[in-house]
Design a protein around this ligand. Structure first.
Ligand SMILES: [Zn+2]
Length: 397
């Protein structure tokens, strides 16, 4: 992993002050559920990283308390919901990740791996995407220290491969009309081939790259096919973005993490860096260029958060700079960080990870901490270091 974007002292101090205000405020809000998106698992992630950067504030205690609460919600009633954004795999991802990074005491998650493996191996119907499908469970399997995680990852890759539409142009997945929530997609009768990270093909790249590095059967082939398909969807030169919302769409997607060039670029760069394919990094840099052009011609982003807001853009360009060393990514990161620090976060903004204050604070922290903001593996925009890949072996020994 490369180094962070160098930002000016005044901007750094402003970001630190904003983080301080947000974490103090959030520490007084007790989450009502355990989830990654709106509950104590998301809070635990933030407070653990806040403690890493500001070790004298006592945030480690808050992180541990929030994590204990999130895990207790699993013990009380095993959730019917296994998904990353709203259920078991998201809560377990935070616990596994913070344990792996030694930011909290590593909890025993063996039962989670067993539950998820049972589900994935059953006839249980599952969608493929990151936030509400197999992609999110795959991310958990990449993070889990348990020996069963290898079998879990293998089972998911097999299911993803079977569910994909394969053609000479590569492989991807179809989103059925019933799952299309965004109004812009509702009139598409046959469903869509979604490109974005949150609900589309780009959200699978880092899990497949991790699986490929671990030698999971079929993972590298599937990764190559999906990436080939994704890159083939680029819009004609001169378009307002490199990628559309979905295949067959001609409208350039908005610039965000969930949909659009910055999220796709970060996922593509992370996967290309992990498996050593420089051509994917080059496409990521083309996408950076496309957002930079749109920004200079007045790209306006109204939301504050990680998902499709200014904090998300600041973080994604910072991540793209760490992965690619691209100078344009560095200047985009500085510019969007300025906007993120200036953005108003009033009490009407939820405290959640994807659209709220937790995500804004994590993005700002990533910009002012020398160490890698590894928490963004949960956004499928980075891949863990080499030490991640022999864990299953160590576990067996
Ligand atoms: Zn979004």
């Amino acid at each position: 992993m490369g180094s962070r974007v160098i930002i000016g002292g005044a901007l750094e101090r402003a970001a630190a002050a904003r983080i301080d205000a947000l974490t103090r405020e959030l520490s007084m809000r007790e989450p009502q559920n355990g989830t990654l998106q709106s509950g104590s698992a998301g809070h635990a992630l933030l407070f653990a990283y806040a403690h890493r950067r500001f070790p004298d504030r006592g945030w480690d205690t808050v992180a541990q308390r929030r994590l204990d609460h999130a895990l207790a919600t699993l013990a009380d009633a095993p959730p019917a919901d296994p998904w990353l954004v709203s259920g078991l795999s998201g809560i377990a991802w935070v616990a596994a990740h913070l344990g792996r990074e030694r930011l909290v005491e590593a909890p025993d998650l063996a039962a989670v791996d067993e539950t998820l493996l049972g589900l994935v191996q059953s006839n249980w119907p599952a969608h493929y995407d990151l936030l509400g499908g197999l992609g999110g469970i795959a991310l958990y399997a990449c993070e889990s220290p348990h020996p069963l995680a290898s079998s879990l990852l293998e089972a998911i890759v097999r299911r993803l491969d079977a569910a994909a539409e394969h053609s000479s142009r590569g492989a991807t997945w179809r989103t059925e009309p019933a799952r299309l929530r965004l109004s812009r997609f509702r009139e598409v009768a046959d469903g869509i081939l979604d490109l974005g990270v949150a609900h589309g093909a780009a959200g699978l790249l880092t899990a497949l790259a991790t699986a490929a590095l671990r030698g999971t059967d079929g993972a590298r082939r599937l990764l190559d096919e999906v990436t080939r398909w994704l890159i083939d969807q680029r819009l004609p030169p001169g378009s307002a973005a490199l990628f559309p919302w979905h295949a067959d769409g001609v409208e350039p997607a908005r610039a965000g993490w969930c949909y659009g060039d910055p999220g796709i670029a970060a996922a593509l760069a992370a996967a290309g860096d992990a498996v050593g394919d420089a051509s994917w990094l080059a496409v990521a840099c083309d996408a950076v260029r496309a957002t930079a052009s749109a920004t200079s011609s007045g790209l306006s982003v109204r939301a504050a958060g990680l998902c499709h807001g200014v904090a998300g853009l600041a973080h994604l360009f910072g991540r793209l700079y760490r992965t690619t060393g691209n100078a344009e990514a560095a200047s985009m990161a500085r510019l969007w960080l300025e906007r993120a620090v200036a953005a108003q976060i009033g009490p009407e903004i939820p405290s959640d990870l994807f659209n709220g204050a937790v995500g804004v604070a994590l993005a700002l922290l990533g910009a002012i901490d020398e160490r890698d903001p590894s928490w963004d593996r949960v956004l499928a925009v980075s891949v863990g270091g080499a030490e991640q890949f022999d864990v299953a072996e160590t576990g067996r020994a």
